[in-house]
Design a protein around this ligand. Structure first.
Ligand code: ADP
Ligand code: MG
Length: 721
């Protein structure tokens, strides 16, 4: 008897029959401990229990019957002939069995022996008998594991024979059982769960196949519960340690801002702004994830959020993943505020926006700065040196600072940072939050994380179990879904034809060049070539170029030319993947689309159809491999990011979805986030209830030990209190 935590520490060599050769093979398969071995679950089962009853066996065909030997005797009617005769029976009938010249059978099968007899039953002189059957004695543990029952079939490990694995797992189980159950009775009852001990027994050696699903369900629940316990603890710790404060916004700036927009807010925008406002007024810091499909209008929500802070005399920050996006946010926010008469003095709007006339109005001033990492000056605003800007931030003269990761780097000090918006970076993790806190003199700023990455509900529940989630589930009116078409290379001229047509109608187009993993240089070179090629193919059209190897100023020049309509077509690498907002662009051509992942394709497609003109996305691809063909088909089929994310999960499997996340996903060997959604919801509810009632898990010590044993170092801090 040993707890699961203990079994996770016992090396496999403690199991009978595992020497160094087998250990090496098992280690190769990722199995080091007894718990690992017990979690090596059957891939499938073969039901060998389906043996005929003696009173129903058919005559004349080969059958296997399992029965007990009642009597056995050997006669020698003449020299060179022995006849061994036995009577065997099961609960239903008795049968005569005869062997000729196999006298050893009498010794092998003394009365009381249970065995499988394979042979043909015939009627002989009025009674039934089986002659010369092949025999498998079932008395040894080995035989009974392999015949006459449901036999597990395991995923192959090294060169190990199937029956070897069966035997090893059987001895591991025998050595471990009974495995105590860490779950309180009441949870077993409310969730209708099998006991842990029974679950391990039944999953490996089920009495019958009906026992497998409930056994699997129990083990999956255990995994999900561990994961959700870690998340519940994390959320709890964050609230405990947080030194937040309650905003007391007057609403004046935010209301004025909303009133100044050239459109009405969507119902979803209104609702989310309300959710954010409620959070801000609480004294613990907001940790909210705002999920909104590309083009759903997250920026407006971000600005309203920041203004609620600014009203109370706090500073706000908005952080973007790339410089291009930071600049876009800077321009966007500046423009939006100007439209609302909240003129961003003392910094004036860039003249390219053509809004000078809007400035200097007598609205309350909101000042905006931009900080990116690459150069000494602030780059986009060369007239202001970096040092001057940092001074203004530290002195509190800048109300909203837009930027890249540079915002949370050393040397940046805010006078009173009250909230931060992080765009397109759902990976903004615990360590970044710590940095943010430092920027704010240990007051924890409210945090709004925005993402368009479609996250299936199951994933958001596990990955972001410690964040509150808001969804912008409604598009601004007047959008029509982007039409998506797959073109072969031979048909590419259709794409260029469409671009010419759209440009003639006053629209613009993106052409995205093939993704070259791990070589931004080659990628840039191919984009440069593509620009030259398209300049030839599209006479009279102005073809711009942007790629990752350009200097920030060059990138920005290319972007602003495109934004201003000075170029018609923008040839690009994936630097435009996220966030770019040029509503006049209606065509998105993606070269070698099969090389892109589904979420990337969806992000790229989201760059068009953002205005009132319908968009088209053309995926150029020749003979894609199976997976890629499925991805392209999914793109044609739907515009719905959630549906695509689910497709992606289905095509790629959950392992790759988590990729570099270390957050305990490796523990999910049995649970499948797809199949087990209901169970995940139950486990999550139970985990949060447990932590609510017992924040340090002192009354749930076994569960705490398990979380530590299975989720590893990344969760240790949760238990240091
Ligand atoms: P995303 O959620 O992808 O970041 P943006 O905030 O960039 O989306 O908004 C996409 C486009 O939709 C922008 O051009 C913006 O001006 C416009 N927009 C946002 N909200 C509305 C609305 N309520 N009505 C009409 N257009 C809107
Ligand atoms: Mg955006």
């Amino acid at each position: 008897m040993a707890t699961l935590t203990r079994l996770a520490e016992v090396p496999v060599t403690e199991v009978k029959g595992i020497g160094s050769d087998r250990r090496t093979a098992l280690t190769g398969g990722g199995i080091e401990t007894v718990a690992d071995l017990l979690h090596h679950l059957p891939r499938t089962y073969v039901d060998r229990s389906d043996r005929p009853r003696l009173d129903r066996v058919p005559l004349g065909t080969e059958v296997t019957v399992v029965a007990e030997v009642k009597s056995i005797a050997t006669r020698r009617p003449r020299a060179k002939l022995t006849i061994t005769e036995a009577r065997i029976s099961d609960e239903t009938a008795t049968l005569k069995v005869v062997w000729f010249n196999q006298p050893f059978r009498a010794k092998q099968l003394p009365p009381g022996t249970e065995a499988a007899f394979s042979g043909t039953i015939e009627s002989y002189r009025g009674s039934l008998q089986m002659s010369n059957p092949v025999v498998g004695v079932l008395n040894s543990q080995h035989e009974s594991l392999h015949t006459g029952r449901v036999v597990p079939i395991y995923p192959q490990i090294g060169k190990m024979k199937p029956h070897e694995l069966i035997d090893l797992i059987a001895s591991a189980l025998a050595r471990s059982r009974p495995i105590p159950d860490p779950l309180p009775e009441v949870l077993l009852a409310t969730n209708g769960l099998m006991s842990r001990d029974e679950a391990y027994g039944q999953i490996h050696f089920p009495e019958d196949l009906q026992q497998v699903p409930p056994a699997r369900r129990r083990l999956a629940y255990d995994e999900l519960l561990r994961l959700e316990l870690a998340l519940a603890l994390r959320k709890r710790r964050q609230t405990e340690e947080a030194t937040g404060f309650a905003h007391r916004p007057s609403g004046e700036l935010a209301e004025r801002f909303v009133a100044g927009l050239p459109y009405e807010l969507t119902g979803a925008q209104r609702r989310v702004i309300g959710e954010v406002l409620a959070d801000l007024q609480e004294s613990h810091p907001m940790h909210r994830l705002l999920h909104g499909e590309v083009g759903s209008g997250k920026t407006v929500v971000a600005v309203a959020t920041l203004l609620y802070g600014v009203e109370g005399g706090w500073q706000g920050a908005i952080m973007a993943p790339t410089e291009v996006l930071a600049v876009q946010h800077y321009l966007g926010v500046t423009g939006l505020l100007a439209q609302a008469g909240l003129s961003p003095e003392p910094f004036s709007a860039p003249s390219e926006l053509g809004m000078d006339s809007l400035f200097g109005s007598d609205g309350p001033a909101v000042s905006i700065g931009i900080l990116t990492g690459s150069t000494a000056s602030t780059n986009y605003r060369p007239e202001i040196s970096r040092a001057e800007l940092l001074d203004d931030v530290a002195g509190g003269q800048v109300d909203i600072l837009v930027g890249t990761h540079a915002l949370i780097q050393e040397g940046v000090h805010f006078a009173r940072l009250g909230l931060a918006v992080v765009d397109e970076q759902h990976r903004f993790g615990v360590s970044q939050r710590v940095l943010l806190k430092e920027k704010a003199d240990s007051i924890e700023p409210d945090l709004l994380i925005m993402t368009a990455t479609p996250i299936p509900r199951t994933l958001s529940m596990t990955l972001y179990g410690d964040l509150d989630i808001s969804g912008l589930d409604e598009m601004p009116p007047g959008r029509s879904p982007v039409k998506t078409v797959v073109l072969s290379r031979a048909e590419e001229s259709k794409a260029w034809g469409l671009i010419e047509e759209e440009v003639r109608a006053g629209r613009q187009a993106f052409v995205v060049c093939p993704l070259v993993e791990e070589s931004a240089k080659i990628e840039a070179a191919s984009a440069t070539e593509e620009q030259a090629r398209l300049t030839g193919l599209l006479p009279g059209l102005r073809v711009g170029l942007i790629h990752g190897q350009l200097r920030p100023a060059e990138k920005e020049a290319a972007m602003s030319a495109f934004r201003a309509g000075d170029t018609d077509v923008l040839v690009s690498t994936t630097v435009i993947e996220v966030g770019i907002d040029v509503p006049n662009a209606t065509v998105m051509v993606i070269e070698d689309a099969d090389r892109f992942g589904l979420s990337q394709l969806h992000q790229l497609r989201g760059r068009v159809g953002r205005g009132s003109h319908p968009g088209t996305c053309l995926l150029i691809s020749d003979a894609p491999a199976d997976d890629a063909a499925e991805r392209l088909a999914a793109m044609v089929k739907t515009n719905d990011g959630f549906e695509l994310a689910n497709e992606d999960l289905r095509i790629r499997g959950q392992g790759t979805v988590f990729g570099d996340r270390q957050s305990g996903m490796a523990d999910l060997r049995i649970a499948d986030l797809f199949r087990d959604l209901e169970l995940l919801i139950d486990a999550r509810r139970d985990a949060f209830a447990i932590v609510d009632g017992d924040p340090d898990l002192v009354e749930h010590g076994d569960l705490a030990d398990e979380v530590l044993a299975f989720l590893g170092e990344s969760v240790e801090w949760l238990f240091k209190s």
